[in-house]
Structure formats: C-alpha cells, structure tokens
Write a protein of this length. Structure first.
Length: 203
C-alpha cells in the first residue's frame, strides 16, 4: 500500500505558506507506517515543536494502473474519506530552506489519519465535496473540492505517469487554507458535509 499526497492544491493555502502556485501537481509520498491504525492513540511527535493539521479529502484506489488518461481516471478510485496530513512545520521550514526532501516533516509514523470511507456513486459525484476540520469544537478549516487547482482525475492521471497505482493505495488531495498548530489535548474532528468521519485526540 502506498500513500500519495498532493501539495499546494488550493490557491489560498499555497499563498498562506508563501508558496508559488504550481503548474502541475506537487506530489510526495508517505510510507505504509505513516498510516495511523484505526483506534490507535495519536502522539505528538517528539522531534517537533510546531505540529500542524492539514485536513484533506482522501481517495481510495480501486484498480491497478499506469499511464492512466485523465478521461479514464474516474474508474480507478471508488471511495472518499477525510483525513489529516500531519506536518511538523518547523522541520519542514528548515528542510525547505535547505532545499532538502520533506519526509522527516511529512512521512513519519502515524502522520496520516484517514476517517471512514464513503462509496463514490454517480449520485454523490454530481456535486463538489465540502469538508471541514474542527479543533476543540471550533471550525478551523473549510474546503470544497471545486476549489482544487488539480481535480481528482488530473491528480490520479498525473501520479500514474510516474508510479503504478495499486488497489488499496490512498491519495491525499491537498489542504485548503487555514492550516494551523495543534497541541497536546486538542481534539480534532473531520467532516464530510455534515457527517463526522474521524475524531482523534493529540496525546
Ligand atoms: Zn497536505
């Protein structure tokens, strides 16, 4: 299983971190051990002093493929969820300054949280997906899939030009504006429309 992530896929988020607007999807990966197992506690990483949440829509890959044309891409994912791409922002800032890879900031154990899955149907694909994150019951991030710079099909197609996609892989599709810091004791809840998809406490 592989976890793909898209960076800077919402213009307002790229701007809030002072990043340029990309002209093709920014792709990075997290290893299998980055996935927080269901019902496991989430611990604040000891190497960071600035842990950020990034709420994102997540796709589940349902078909193996490579070099998938954008027009065919819809056939390669069959479920959607909401997750958090946890980021050690202090580490990432240091690495970015030096032009180094991001893994230590993004790909550590349990840095990927994924909620429950909703099957994608022609019905729920008619409208864009609205999603949000609450921290201690206050909405801190709000997103809508129609604001994505690169839509689902473009992301899946683009990834497949470089990596095989396999059944069970996950794709984090980028975070909207409003990323912020969380501390021990915070309770984070992710929503798809009004449905709660996950709840975790930072321990
Ligand atoms: Zn992200």
């Amino acid at each position: 299983m592989k976890i793909f992530c898209v960076g800077r896929n919402y213009i307002n988020h790229a701007k809030e971190l002072g990043n340029a607007i990309p002209d093709e999807p920014v792709i990075f990966m997290k290893p299998k051990n980055a996935l927080l197992p269901p019902n496991s506690p989430f611990y604040y990483p000891e190497f960071s002093n600035e842990l950020h949440y990034e709420v994102e829509l997540v796709l589940r890959i349902s078909k193996n493929g490579r070099y998938i044309p954008e027009k065919q891409a819809r056939k390669y994912f069959n479920a959607i969820s909401v997750g958090i791409d946890f980021t050690a922002r202090d580490i990432q800032d240091e690495l970015k300054k030096k032009g180094l890879p991001w893994e230590k900031a993004k790909a550590w154990d349990n840095s990927a949280v994924i909620g429950k899955w909703i099957d994608l149907t022609p019905e729920n694909l008619k409208n864009p997906f609205r999603f949000s994150l609450k921290n201690n019951n206050e909405v801190v991030q709000n997103g809508i899939s129609s604001d994505m710079l690169f839509p689902f099909e473009k992301i899946v197609s683009h990834i497949s030009n470089y990596f095989s996609l396999n059944i069970g892989d996950y794709v984090f599709t980028g975070t909207p504006a409003g990323v912020g810091e969380c501390v021990v004791g915070d309770v984070l809840q992710g929503f798809l429309e009004n449905e709660k998809m996950f709840e975790i406490e930072v321990k």
